[in-house]
Design a protein around this ligand. Structure first.
Ligand SMILES: [Zn+2]
Length: 147
C-alpha cells in the first residue's frame, strides 16, 4: 500500500516549476519569499485534474493565508489575498498619513507608536498595490492569450 505522504510527493512531481521560483520575491505580494505554493493546492488536486499545475514562489504569510483553500487558479488566489489583506490591514490602511515633520513634533511613546504605524501603513499599502498589479497583469495575460 502506498502511504499518503508518498502519494503526495509523487503528485508533487506533476507540478511544473513556475519562473517565479527563480526569484526570492513572493509572486503574490512582492515580499521576501522562500516557500513554494502549489496551484491548485495538493489537497484538492483530484478535483481539478485538467487545471495547470504550478509551483509558485510565495512568502510565508501569503502561503499561510492561502493554505488549503479551494482556489485552483492564480487569479482566484490573488483575488483572495487582496480581500484577505484589506480585511487584515483595514485599521492600518485608514490611519492618517503622517509626514516626518509631524512625527518629529511628537514625543515619547506616541512618537514611537506613530512611527511604527507609518511603517505598517506603507508595508500594507505596498503589499496590496503589488497584488493589484499582479491581478492586472494576470488579466492581461488571459486577454492576450485569446487574441
Ligand atoms: Zn506574499
Amino acid at each position: 500500500m502506498v502511504s499518503k505522504t508518498t502519494r503526495k510527493s509523487n503528485l508533487n512531481f506533476t507540478y511544473k516549476k513556475h519562473e517565479s521560483l527563480n526569484e526570492q520575491i513572493c509572486f503574490y505580494c512582492g515580499h521576501f519569499g522562500d516557500v513554494a505554493d502549489h496551484v491548485p493546492p495538493l489537497a484538492w488536486i483530484q478535483f481539478y485534474p485538467d487545471y495547470p499545475r504550478m509551483l509558485i514562489r510565495a512568502c510565508h504569510q501569503c502561503n499561510a493565508h492561502l493554505g488549503c483553500k479551494t482556489l485552483p487558479t492564480l487569479i482566484s488566489r490573488v483575488d483572495y489575498l487582496i480581500k484577505r489583506y484589506r480585511k487584515k490591514y483595514w485599521k492600518i490602511l485608514i490611519s492618517p498619513d503622517w509626514d516626518d515633520e509631524e512625527i518629529n513634533e511628537l514625543k515619547g511613546s506616541l512618537k514611537t507608536y506613530v512611527s511604527i504605524s507609518r511603517i505598517q501603513h506603507e508595508v500594507a499599502h505596498e503589499r496590496i498595490e503589488f497584488l493589484m498589479e499582479r491581478k492586472k497583469q494576470l488579466l492581461q495575460d488571459v486577454n492576450t492569450s485569446y487574441d
